[in-house]
Design a protein around this ligand. Structure first.
Ligand SMILES: [Zn+2]
Length: 133
């Protein structure tokens, strides 16, 4: 499976590398990337931007009944992360003490296994977040 990763990496960069874009005109950052800046329209100039993966918990919920493929993780926290560059994204919180999962807690992105497709032997990876002390 290792040789398969580079091609997937190229196809969906924003899932793996947290790549979005930023409007040079109004300096608003977007994730996932936008085609047009909704604030500036045609005056906006969008350029690629890779986000640091650092941010804080904006809001969260605890999931007890997970979707297929995530049963082993349950219960787990699903949070809206406000990235330090501005955009808000949804992500699973992993490897963090329950007591530390709260609004305003600082988090960083980690690259983790998302789910395993047993039949095809495929393992899907993506970003998750971890509370930092
Ligand atoms: Zn703009």
């Amino acid at each position: 499976m290792v040789e398969g990763i580079p091609s997937i990496w190229r196809k969906i960069p924003n899932r793996y590398r947290l790549e979005g874009n930023v409007c040079e005109t109004c300096e608003t950052a977007y994730f996932p990337p936008r085609v047009v800046c909704p604030k500036c329209r045609r005056k906006g100039k969008l350029v690629k931007k890779r986000f640091s993966g650092n941010g804080k918990i904006y809001s969260f919920t605890k999931v007890y009944t997970p979707p297929t493929g995530l049963e082993l993780d349950a219960p787990y926290h699903l949070a809206i992360i406000e990235l330090s560059e501005g955009p808000k994204i949804l992500g699973q919180i992993v490897e963090s003490d329950d007591k530390k999962v709260k609004i305003g807690a600082q988090v960083k992105m980690v690259f983790r296994k998302m789910k395993e497709d047993g039949n095809a032997g495929l393992i899907h990876y993506g970003y998750k977040f971890k509370v930092i002390d």
